[in-house]
Design a protein around this ligand. Sequence first.
Ligand code: NAP
Length: 472
Amino acid sequence: MNKNSSNIMALVPKTSNKRETVCIFGTGDFGRALGHKLIQSGYPVVFGSRSPWPSSLIPKDAEVLNHAEAAQKAAIIIIAIQRQHYDFLASLEETLRGKVLVDISNNLKINQYPESNAKYLAQLVPSARVVKAFNTVSAWALQSGTLDASRQVFVCGDDTEAKQMVMDIIRALGLTPLDQGSLLAAREIENYPLQLFPMWKIPIFLSLGLTAFFFFYCLVRDVIYPYVYENKDYSFFLAISIPNRICPIIALVLLALVYLPGILAAIIQLYRGTKYSRFPDWLDKWMLCRKQLGLVALAFASLHVIYTLVIPIRYYVRWRIEDRTISQALNNKTTPFDNTNGWLSDSYLALGILGFLLFVLLGITSLPSVSNNVNWREFRFVQSKLGYLTLILCTAHTLVYGGKRFLSPSAYRWYLPNAYMLSLIIPCIVLVVKFVLILPCLDKQLTRIRQGWERNPQYSEQSNYVINKSAV
Ligand code: NAP
């Protein structure tokens, strides 16, 4: 085999511990925190400042010079200055020629300026090589070392060598660089710190909406109806009974909504006969937040478990048991044991326990620390096969809970069925359609489509040739 010397070089780690000097413009919060971290990692640091004299705030091993002098000492200059003060950099154009300028700036609003801050910097100093990085790391996290949640540093830039130099520094600081491509990506990267839990918005609003709907539904059925027709005050149901009715309903509906987009995607792919065409935007967004939907569902299921565990110590429950026992004793009457009810009760509890166990397993495997340790097939197996099994168990738990009550006229108040009956609609639809989709004639065709086969290649030519993520 012909060994290429450059290949061999790439496998050999650099043995020299000498680090290149890094220049930081600006001695504000971020500049000082980054300077401190760089010095700890063995980099000589020189600050470029409007006040070029030492201060107790500046790391003592760093040099402080004016901007032009500092820039001459390093190939990489980190601009730790707000964008609105960049203008003076244009006057340093000659000094900054060929240097790597790292733009770390953020904005106060999403898409605040027509162009990204990094692009603006590149326009101000066209002779320099601009790289965007570090903007998602906070000065506080850098200084305190609490970087667990923000170890990833998004990097982008048009000059590959410059980007590589910055990524080397990021790695040396114990952080993980994520190459996002050219400087065009800077706009998106600058918006990241301004987004508030973007993937959680749909699941949170959806669960809040469902909670409000089912709360009023149960209020009307379980509190207002008995008050109007029987003059009974069940308002204390608001504390435990109604929440314990709502939590499993939301958990089941959200769990079904985790699997519904996959089913819709499969139907679209079967209809179009290709996977090479875009899904509608709403479906793309829905698919992207399935993990969050599942975790919110798990939170509601856990609340249901806790509420259920406190049932025996509730005053109302103890009173009902004592009251019934005493009235049976007074009337010298006993209720014979009903074997069917015994089966129904134990089966619904067993299904609930098993469903919750698998639900927890799904939640655990969605944690990055766990999912990083399983391969794609194992992850798919847990999230898809075990996920559907969880949905089957939880739906069966609700169906068996309903038992004989489904057809009883007393289950309807003001023509409103019990809330748990409504919760079964989406899960049952999902399970029935899934069952149809796994019929061999459809499953075979879907598998072929997901392997790249096209029924009508012209269809995808008209589309954008964007490959959809095949639904789990
Ligand atoms: P800061 O504390 O206000 O410091 C900015 C520094 O810029 C000042 O200390 C000053 O340094 C220099 N400066 C101010 N006005 C200037 C002017 N007219 N001309 C030249 N230099 C001027 O801000 P910061 O929090 O360090 O943030 C700096 C940059 O990092 C911003 O773009 C910010 O978006 C970004 N960032 C900050 C954080 C964070 O957690 N703070 C996180 C990510 C990104 P001298 O007095 O030494 O000249």
